[in-house]
Design a protein around this ligand. Structure first.
Ligand code: NAD
Length: 499
């Protein structure tokens, strides 16, 4: 059943509701399966779309293979122009796309979805501009030999993305693959494919048939078929570490290339000087931003473990609590809302289970409580929680909650806080608050993370390579260097020269 109010507030994709764009056409998947897309703020069904399976993956792989020789031959500058044009089209439709994104993800329009749509447009434009920067090397081997290297595309890339920031992740993967001369088949997340499909509608007449394909469907059917298909040369996956391991196995079985962008449990370390009168406002804002409370904590880089120096504990923690309390939880499409809703009832239930267990283990709730049991119609908006009295061995301190939950831990000794921060199987992001240059440089060396932010808790920026270590992933994305490393291989050419 469609929500009547909703359809007047958002403009759904039209052709794309068939759920698959293959070989330059919107096609109806044959399996007869559908995906129901829900609005987590309102607990209503937005629409149903068709779900693809192995048959559509196979068709898309054939189409992409057919398109590859022509696409790789096109000058990188020409490929770049098409990406720039896609960026311009997304920017022109920013508001319309952002509203769909807010409705399906529960990510508030003002604080999240509008910005994510603008960021996706900028990603297309960034790669549009830098696509020409695909340089090789020369090697001086003596008078009789000349060797040089080029960057070559892998071929067909299969991309799988999650629901938490689907638009910007789709933009990054499409741009990196196409700029470097690869063709692509994308599978969006089953909970939030609509905004991504709107971008595919804007791209439908831009690229030659078969270069860019999309198939909606479940992870078990469409996702698994994509990772295992012999016609896919590289898999680029963003999602949980659990599924990332399955994807890694499937790729290893046929020695396919793979990039994995996985989960995190990022530390935020606050040094005493960051709480002095000049800096405390920015420090508090940075801590709150790093947790991604405004995205219900549903971010891979969320700084969910706050290590607060005991000497400033009483000064900083009440300010953090006050700042979080001031944020307005509400409907994701309401301009007044700072915080929207978590994606689905399963996620809500998991957050609840994490918090119930922490309470049983003795955690103190400095803010919030275990969320109420969810009713049929209540918005999926658990209140923000700040916990103290945590032991680092507890599940809440070690695993990704993916909800609006912050664990606060006191520290006194620098070596000890570094040890606690690194005591995790993740290594995606980290945040350090201090204005002492030597401490900044020391921390940058000692903290195990792919991305360290100092005195801020912001989001990824095009041009800055970004990726995790340990179980947070393999490879990096977001920059032209990342695209060259992840979406091309280096071919060496050695020429015997008549000297
Ligand atoms: P998920 O792993 O459940 O799903 C991600 C995608 O994988 C979805 O499209 C899903 O359909 C697909 N999938 C599921 N099972 C599959 C299978 N067997 N084979 C192939 N594909 C399959 O993750 P999620 O719940 O959608 O997203 C949240 C997770 O994503 C969190 O762990 C978060 O940290 C991570 N994430 C990481 C980054 C990053 O850049 N490192 C960015 C955003 C999100």
């Amino acid at each position: 059943m469609k929500d009547k109010d909703m359809t007047s507030e958002i403009v759904l994709p039209t052709d794309a509701l068939t759920g698959a764009f293959i070989d330059g056409k919107w096609v109806q998947p044959t399996g007869g399966q559908t995906l129901k897309i829900e609005n987590p703020s309102r607990r209503t069904t937005i629409c149903e779309i068709s779900a693809s399976g192995a048959a559509e993956i196979d068709l898309a792989a054939q189409a992409a293979r057919k398109a590859f020789p022509g696409w790789r031959k096109l000058a990188a500058s020409e490929r770049g122009k098409l990406l720039t044009e896609l960026g311009n089209r997304v920017a022109a439709k920013q508001e319309e796309i952002a509203r769909v994104l807010a409705a399906e993800t529960g990510n508030a329009l003002r604080t999240q979805s509008r910005g994510e749509t603008g960021a996706a447009a900028n990603v297309f434009k960034y790669y549009g501009g830098t696509s020409v920067e695909q340089k090789g090397e020369t090697l001086p081997l003596g008078p009789g030999l000349f060797s040089y290297s080029t960057r070559e595309p892998h071929g067909v890339v299969g991309a799988i993305i999650p629901w938490n920031s689907p638009l910007v992740l789709a933009a990054v993967k499409i741009s990196m693959a196409l700029a470097t001369g690869n063709c692509m088949i994308m599978k969006p997340a089953e909970d939030a494919p609509l905004a991504v499909l709107k971008v595919f509608e804007l791209a439908a007449d831009l690229f030659p048939a078969g270069v860019l394909n999309v198939v909606t469907g479940t992870g078990e059917e469409a996702g698994a078929a994509l990772t295992a298909h012999p016609g896919i040369d590289k898999v680029s996956f963003t999602g949980s570490s659990e599924v990332g391991k399955l994807v890694g196995h499937a790729a290893a079985d046929r020695i396919a290339q793979v990039t994995l962008e996985l989960g995190g449990k990022s530390p935020t370390i606050v040094f005493p000087d960051a709480a002095d009168g000049r800096h405390i406002d920015k420090t508090v804002a940075g801590i709150v931003n790093a947790v991604r409370f405004a995205r219900q904590g549903q971010s891979c880089t969320a700084g969910t473990r706050l290590f607060l120096h005991t000497s400033v504990w009483d000064k900083v923690l009440p300010r953090v609590i006050e700042a979080v309390k001031a944020m307005k939880v509400g409907d994701a499409l309401d301009e007044a809302s700072d915080i929207g809703a978590v994606i689905n009832t399963e996620r809500y239930g998991e957050i609840r289970a994490f918090l119930a267990q922490a309470k049983e283990q003795g955690a103190e709730f400095a803010l919030g409580d275990v969320p109420a049991e969810i009713g049929e119609d209540t918005p999926l908006a658990p209140e923000c929680v700040i916990l103290t009295g945590i032991d680092n061995s507890w599940r809440i301190a070690r695993e990704e909650v993916f909800g609006p939950v912050l664990c606060v831990v006191p520290w006194e000794d620098e070596a000890e806080v570094v040890k606690m921060a690194n005591d995790t199987h993740y290594g995606l992001a980290a945040f350090v608050f201090t204005h002492d240059v030597s401490t900044i440089l020391r921390m940058s060396r000692l903290i195990d993370a792919g991305w360290l932010q100092i005195n801020q808790g912001g989001g990824q920026i095009p041009g800055m390579s970004y990726g995790g270590i340990k179980q947070s992933g393999i490879g990096s994305e977001y920059s032209i260097e990342g695209a060259l490393e992840a979406y091309t291989f280096r071919k060496s050419v050695t020429i015997a020269v008549d000297a």
